[in-house]
Design a protein around this ligand. Sequence first.
Ligand code: KG4
Ligand code: ZN
Length: 338
Amino acid sequence: MKQQIILGIETSCDETAVAIVKDGREILSNVVSSQIESHKRFGGVVPEIASRHHVEQLTIVLEEALQQAGVTFKEIDAIAVTEGPGLVGALLIGVNAAKAISFSQSIPLVGVHHIAGHIYANRFISEFTFPLLTLVVSGGHTELVLMKEHGSFEVIGETRDDAAGEAYDKVARTLDLPYPGGPHIDRLAQTGQPSINLPRAWLEPDSYDFSFSGLKSAVINTLHNAKQRGEEIKPEDLAASFQESVIEVLVTKTKRAAKNYGVKQVLLAGGVAANKGLRSQLVEAFKDETGVELVIPPLSLCTDNAAMIAAAGSVSFAKGKTSPLDLNANPGLPLTSF
Ligand code: KG4
Ligand code: ZN
């Protein structure tokens, strides 16, 4: 069978990324230019700055990705680009670059949902066996997604308020930790004791939904109350307690859903998948579950990258799903099957 080469482009937030992927599962190059340093002093991503960085970086990153993979435009079968969700101005840079290459080089265009990309990052580690369940935990999303076949996504649970990563970043800010706060809380949590009592939002007994805003407020209140009383709270203990609460709910609901839906694989996806505590507790939770394979990508494939976009685009393209040249960035794009 002829090999399939996909060029992936990702610019939905603060990473400018281009990758070349062969047959949906082999990374030929995966170049990521992070802007975190530029946003740090503002305590979060500034959309206008993000767009400007993407404009400056995209051509450089593209050339680097082509060179590292040793391929030219002539060998590329399709261009997969994140069309949403994300920051509209940031998405537009990638979408317009993809459209320009598609038009000038006559290469088919494939719009990809960012979360479909995060899920497909797992396919670099292990071939999918269906049905499978993915725990998606990123800065903007917390979802349990059931897949019965390639390109089919059923969201069986999602956050009703903050995403897990958002809660991490907000709690980190109250502890005066730099942006993005997730990795800092994770690091602190390793050295602290989960000695502070914080709530767990289980919601209705049969619900696979999540809620993290109550927990976030509880952390903030705990800090404020302690300050007023002149008591000292160890930041590492608060981080450990917060992390324990988040992970306990995520892992328990994932395990219950995996059992109830009889899945053969459980995948982990999104930036928060880089969390050491979450990774080790998922391994622990599934170690005795025979017949369920737990797949956890390496850190470089958990955070935003373009290989994952190419991987999802590869399947979409193989199914004959391409996008017209009037493809637009859609910041609120829902996750639909392809
Ligand atoms: O998937 P991602 O790179 O961007 C979005 O699509 O949102 O996720 C970024 C999020 C941020 O909220 C960041 O704080 C969080 O992932 N994150 C972590 C860790 N590494 C990144 N959260 C907890 N522990 C980590 N080690
Ligand atoms: Zn992401």
